[in-house]
Design a protein around this ligand. Sequence first.
Ligand SMILES: [Zn+2]
Ligand SMILES: [Zn+2]
Length: 130
Amino acid sequence: MALKYSRQRQVIKDFLMTRKDHPTADVVYMNVKREYPNISLGTVYRNLSLLANLGEIQRLQVGDGIDHFDADTSRHYHVVCTKCGSVTDLAMDSTPYDELTNTVNADFEGIIEGHVTYFYGICGNCHKKL
Ligand SMILES: [Zn+2]
Ligand SMILES: [Zn+2]
């Protein structure tokens, strides 16, 4: 059964909303395919890109050369594991975010509107195995 474009997009977004681990397009594809075997990786990737451009999801470029996607569009920081590459949400209120933006703004001629910061370290799972 062929899915309508809008339905495809919703299915992809619905799946992403069930995940907290910031999956790549490949992971989204492998999971959505179980229910919709006719969907292609290209379709999944295009829809993820479109959703990110619309601001309905976040695209994360953490330095591993692969886009990760996040259905949580609220302002939050991420930590990237240098051992396994996992991307985890950091619980943090907005104070440090605003403070850093304001500090940088104070010495900048133009207007700083925001920033993207990734923390790097060793995740809880990898830490347990050390
Ligand atoms: Zn790890
Ligand atoms: Zn996140």
